[in-house]
Design a protein around this ligand. Structure first.
Ligand code: 5GP
Ligand code: MG
Length: 178
């Protein structure tokens, strides 16, 4: 199906499941060569990154941990910016090599706030792995270490990403029709 409706908006097929998984494998190879000896702690940012985190960690064949946090920063199709609070981080991150797993970096406000917050707990290092990156939308100096796919500045859903809470279950990624 190349065109679908999610709530009141029409979307068209943009990235197939196989393209996404191919990109994740490439990133997994880089992570394997960078972090094999580091016993990293992967921090998956819910809800959007759940599928990405799952498919990524399945590719890793070295000791690592995975945990999940929630932030509140996005409503509808407009960015509100600013991370207000992190929920659910019970793991000790002091002196750990942390890798944030995010669904998408848009303006960069969410990632900026999250890094600022995590840095206070003195991790040994913080890396960012993002499924999608919109370089044209970026407003802050955020440089993701691992990017699965760079995309133009269009609103997308599927593979974990939602529109008004819907569409996360889609196995492909779809972009909004004009
Ligand atoms: P930023 O703070 O970088 O502007 O936005 C990051 C967050 O906004 C992402 O974690 C994601 O939840 C949401 N977001 C940004 N762009 C999109 C998009 O195209 N589609 C969806 N579904 N969420 C987006
Ligand atoms: Mg997100």
């Amino acid at each position: 199906m190349t065109e679908i409706w999610v709530r009141d908006k029409k979307f068209s097929l943009f990235l197939s499941e196989s393209e996404i998984l191919k990109g994740i494998k490439n990133v997994a190879e880089k992570i394997k060569s960078d972090l094999r000896e580091e016993d990293p702690l992967f921090i998956c940012v819910l809800n959007g990154a759940f599928m990405f985190a799952s498919d990524l960690v399945k590719q890793l064949d070295f000791p690592c941990e995975l945990c999940f946090i929630r932030l509140k920063s996005y409503e509808g199709t407009k960015t509100e910016g600013k991370v207000k609070e992190i929920y659910g981080l019970v793991e000790e991150i002091k002196n750990r090599n942390v890798v944030i797993l995010e669904d998408i970096i848009d303006t960069g406000h969410t990632m900026y706030g999250l890094i600022e917050n995590l840095s206070k707990q003195s991790p040994a290092s913080i890396r960012i792995a993002t499924l999608l990156f919109k370089p044209e939308a970026l407003q802050l100096a955020i440089k993701p270490d691992y990017v699965v796919i760079e995309i133009p500045n269009d609103f997308v859903v599927g593979y974990g990403l939602d529109y008004e809470g819907h569409g996360r279950n889609l196995r492909n990624i779809y972009k909004i029709c004009d």
